[in-house]
Design a protein. Structure first.
Length: 355
């Protein structure tokens, strides 16, 4: 005697919608094609993305790889239902790490994971990724969309990005001749970029602010719009300077850990970086956060970029020339410090952050 019949189960009933995934691939195909560059045809759908390095005509290239995410900035995008900029952040966090080693970004791949795929939201995210790739002149050659029921709360998603660049072997940064007396130039950030958002979200909650309320730092924008300003991508301007043979000795992406953790990455143990905090004005968004959280200056500097998204180390006698070159490429450039002999901390400060 046979047992009770069972209703056949499908993958969709388990929470994975293959059709939605296929619909997303169709939508993002044109977005990927818009990022085409020498070496990549960006046809999606294969098991792996292809890139022809020989087509880029390097003489003796070294490949440089970077991967990163956007952190809890994603929570603001999700809660505010504004998904069109975090993809730019994702690209920026990777390609800015490539350019500081002198590498030209070549291609990018993304990983998008959610509990249940929202095709519209995912399309907006990937449209941002494509925009970031266009800004960095790198090709979006592939990625992965993972639908994992039970792994994420309803509406939540996560992002990771992976990028590869190349640099001539003789032009890898930082150079070995960074020395006492070299000048540190700062390239302005355009906001928080993608660091410190766990603290930001806690302060917003403590202040009882809604994402659609006017930003305390800029009442022409909503709070979400202000905080979701996408990370500035420095690739085109810095790469132009490097290709013009600007005598840049070192580049530093000011991300998590701020000046204190990132500047030492380009310094030998006998050298220190001295930063004059009075050399630039603290942008209003950081002023608001500092006041709202009674954040001490050292903590602010360790958590946020405080208005400087990248540091450039150059010889003193050519600092003005490099500043002019970067300014011509659209950067706001300021002399913010010098390389000194190390007598204690790897990074020292004078002056104070002010409006």
């Amino acid at each position: 005697m046979s047992g009770p019949s069972k209703t056949p189960l499908t993958y969709a009933q388990a929470g994975v919608d293959i059709k939605a995934g296929n619909d997303l691939v169709k939508r993002i195909g044109p977005l990927a094609k818009s990022t085409a560059r020498t070496g990549a045809d960006v046809d999606l759908g294969g098991f792996g993305g292809l890139f022809d390095l020989a087509a880029c005509k390097f003489d003796d290239p070294v490949l440089v790889a970077a991967n990163d995410g956007v952190g809890t900035k994603l929570k603001i995008a999700i809660e505010a239902d504004k998904h069109d900029t975090v993809g730019i952040d994702l690209v920026a966090m990777c390609v800015n790490d490539l350019i500081v080693q002198g590498a030209e970004p070549l291609f990018f791949l993304d990983y998008f994971a959610s509990g249940k795929l929202d095709v519209d939201a995912a399309t907006n995210v990937i449209a941002g990724i494509a925009e970031g790739c266009r800004q960095a002149h790198c090709a979006l050659i592939g990625g992965e969309t993972a639908e994992m029921p039970g792994m994420y709360a309803a509406g939540d998603y996560d992002l990771a990005g992976f990028s590869v660049g190349a640099v001539e072997r003789t032009k890898v940064l930082p150079k070995k001749d960074i020395a006492h007396g070299d000048v540190i130039l700062g390239l302005a950030s355009n906001g928080l970029h993608s660091n410190g958002f766990s603290l930001v979200r806690r302060l917003v909650e403590a202040e009882g602010l809604a994402w659609d309320a006017p930003s305390p730092a800029d009442d022409t924008k909503s709070l979400a719009e202000d905080l979701l300003t996408p990370t500035r991508i420095y690739v085109r301007s810095v790469l132009a300077a490097l290709k013009a043979n600007a005598p840049i000795k070192g580049l530093v992406h000011i991300t998590g850990g701020g000046f204190q953790e990132n500047l030492p990455r380009v310094l030998d143990d006998h050298l220190a970086a001295h930063i004059d905090l009075s050399a630039w004005k603290l942008p209003r968004v950081f002023q608001w956060l500092q006041k709202a959280g009674a954040i001490e200056e050292a903590e602010l500097l360790r958590t946020f970029n405080c208005g400087i998204g990248m540091a450039v180390v150059v010889p003193m006698d050519v600092a003005a020339d490099v500043m002019a070159l970067l300014a011509a490429q659209g950067e706001t450039v300021l002399p913010i410090g010098t390389i000194t002999a190390r007598e204690g901390d790897a990074v020292t400060f004078s002056g104070t952050l002010s409006a």
